[in-house]
Each structure stands twice: as structure tokens, then as C-alpha cells.
Design a protein around this ligand. Structure first.
Ligand SMILES: [Cu+2]
Length: 174
């Protein structure tokens, strides 16, 4: 018995019945809804579990950074002052994120005298900062932040301006 009708196999006809324009629209709508839901889930994940969040974040949202100003003229060895304050005391859990603000007109770096590494924040050295977070140099008007999570005294300097020296004294909360 010959199953070919009008030169087509009957199963081909059946599949054509299932491909009406209405079903095409319905399939496209399902696909679009699926894409929208997937995008929403992706954006939600990015917002709530931001995988790019820097590791040197404050321990609490309430923490205000300690500010150290790299003053104008700090790159000049004859300047009366370089960083204000030169010795900064911070309390872990209170203000242990330090923010250096470059008020000078040339780039500066911050480098530990003894290659200090914080157990959470890593190497205390702006020269290791990724370019997407600002890069090695603290450009004029820009900042560098580092969070100290263990008590201690950390001496540091500017790599291109070794006369610019500072000290962080990190104290335990108790
Ligand atoms: Cu400097």
C-alpha cells in the first residue's frame, strides 16, 4: 500500500499541521518569557551576590573609612607636610578601612615598608590594585582604600616618593 499522498509522506503532513502560525507565535512567546525570566534571575543574582565585590570591604555597612589626605605638594621633598595624618590609629570594626585621598597634582602609590599582608585584604600595596579598581597609581583627585583586619603597627611609604612615610596603628575593638 502506497503511503505517499501528493508526493509527501503522511507524517510530513502531520508535522505541518503542528506548525501553524498561531503555534509559532505561542512558541516565540514562551521563548521570550523564558529569556526575560532568565535575564531577571541573572540580574538578581548579580545584585544580591555580586561576585565582583572587592575582598577589602568593610566589616559592616556602618563603618566609616578613616581619611588620610595626600596633600598638595607631597611629591616635593621640601613640602612642609606630605600626608595628614601621618600616623593614623584605626579601630577594627569601627573605622578600619583607610581611604587615602590624593589632593596632589601628581600620581602617588602606597606601599608597605615590610610587604605587609592582611589576612583578609591581602597585600597592602596599591601597586597590586587591579586596573578596574583604579590601578597601581592613585591619580590626582582619586583614592585608594585598604581594610586592616588584624591589630598591629604597619609602616608604609610612597614608592616613587620614599620621603613620604606614614604609619597605620590598627587596634582591636576590645
Ligand atoms: Cu607619593
Amino acid at each position: 500500500m502506497d503511503l505517499v499522498i501528493d508526493g509527501q509522506h503522511p507524517l510530513d503532513k502531520c508535522s505541518k499541521v503542528g506548525s501553524t502560525p498561531v503555534l509559532h507565535v505561542a512558541r516565540s512567546a514562551v521563548l521570550i518569557i523564558f529569556i526575560v525570566i532568565a535575564a531577571a534571575l541573572g540580574i538578581g543574582y548579580y545584585i544580591f551576590f555580586n561576585p565582583h565585590e572587592p575582598i577589602s570591604k568593610p566589616l559592616s555597612a556602618d563603618i566609616q573609612p578613616a581619611i588620610i589626605r595626600i596633600v598638595e605638594g607631597a611629591s616635593n621633598e621640601n613640602n612642609p607636610e606630605y600626608m595628614v595624618p601621618q600616623v593614623a590609629t584605626v579601630v577594627i570594626g569601627v573605622n578600619n578601612t583607610v581611604r587615602w585621598i590624593n589632593e596632589d597634582y601628581v600620581p602617588h602609590t602606597i606601599a608597605s615598608d615590610s610587604s605587609y599582608r592582611d589576612p583578609v585584604s591581602g597585600a597592602f600595596d596599591s601597586r597590586g590594585r587591579p586596573s578596574e579598581e583604579g590601578g597601581a597609581f592613585i591619580m590626582p583627585g582619586m583614592t585608594y582604600e585598604f581594610t586592616f583586619t588584624q591589630p598591629g603597627r604597619i609602616d608604609y611609604h610612597h614608592e616613587p616618593h620614599p620621603w613620604v612615610q606614614g604609619t597605620i596603628i590598627a587596634l582591636d575593638t576590645s
